[in-house]
Design a protein around this ligand. Structure first.
Ligand SMILES: Nc1ncnc2c1ncn2[C@@H]1O[C@H](COP(=O)(O)OP(=O)(O)OP(=O)(O)O)[C@@H](O)[C@H]1O
Length: 262
């Protein structure tokens, strides 16, 4: 089966069409006067459709702020953010909420599942709330992709941490969002469960054509991505395609060493 997402992914040859999210000269400052902190300092970035992008950098470098601004969870001080063809900077709250609901999936460190609902009910909850009917064929595919077929009637307490996060991944994928943002999605998992979840995120990019942006501290997690963006002091200072865990670790060590000598 060819999905709309995979068509776009393979059909795009660059330019506007292939970009799922775009930031231009984005500045985010908190506070004022002496206590002003510039969390993002004129950031330009294009997030390619059908790619898995990891955002890395030292603590306080602006990773979460960048993700929150790209996802319309936080406002920018100046600059523009586009999601697909829509400029979200300047959208009113109601429109922004609607756009987030319709176009964006989120996976957080805490799985945020409702304990009284079973796995399937948790997966379809956002669509139920939005009054949208899940596409049964797509839902089956998502459930298969994240390896939850035998667990759909289980409540979260009857699932391991890794399985719970797979439910959260399926919940994000089920509505076929244009882009999924993950903030340390494997931060609460042991390395084996983390590897499983990262493997499913990778598969959802390769097999379902999903676009994913993930903030992480972990070079192993970043190695599942197609591209790693490195932030330092609110600026993008480097990027790496086809990353390996060792390559990412070396790059992080470089930044640490430079940070200490500057
Ligand atoms: N609500 C806020 N009010 C004031 N300053 C903030 C706020 N949120 C973030 N900051 C500051 O902005 C900078 C970037 O923070 P951010 O959380 O984006 O960094 P990060 O790279 O995600 O860090 P970590 O890896 O520790 O989560 C930091 O200096 C932080 O202290």
């Amino acid at each position: 089966m060819t999905t709309a997402m995979t068509e776009t992914r393979h059909g795009g040859t660059g330019g506007h069409e292939a970009v799922a999210a775009r930031a231009r000269k984005v500045v985010k400052a908190y506070g004022a006067g002496e206590t002003r902190v510039v969390a993002l300092d004129e950031v330009d970035v294009d997030i390619r459709r059908g790619q898995f992008t990891a955002i890395m950098g030292p603590s306080g470098s602006g990773k979460s702020t960048l993700m929150h601004c790209l996802a319309g969870l936080d406002t920018v001080t100046s600059g523009q953010i586009h999601l697909d063809d829509v400029e979200i900077t300047g959208l009113k709250d109601k429109k922004l909420t609607q756009l987030r609901r319709d176009r964006i999936g989120f996976i957080f460190q805490a799985f945020n599942l409702l304990p009284t609902l079973n796995a399937l009910e948790n997966i379809t909850l956002p669509m139920d709330i939005a009054g949208r009917k899940p596409d049964a064929q797509w839902l089956n595919r998502v459930v298969e992709t994240v390896g939850l077929a035998g667990r759909l009637k289980h409540r979260p307490t009857e699932l391991s941490g890794g399985q719970q996060q797979r439910v959260a991944v399926a919940r994000a994928l089920a509505a076929r969002p244009q882009i999924i943002f993950g903030d340390e999605p494997t931060g609460n998992l042991d390395s084996r469960a983390g590897a499983e979840v990262l493997g499913f995120l990778r598969r959802s990019v390769d097999e379902l054509g999903q676009t994913i942006v993930m903030v992480t501290h972990d070079p192993v997690a970043a190695s599942y991505a197609d591209r790693v963006i490195f932030l330092a002091d609110g600026r993008i200072v480097d990027e790496m395609y086809g990353p390996t865990a060792d390559g990412v670790l070396d790059r992080m060590k470089d930044f640490d060493a430079r940070g200490r000598t500057s």
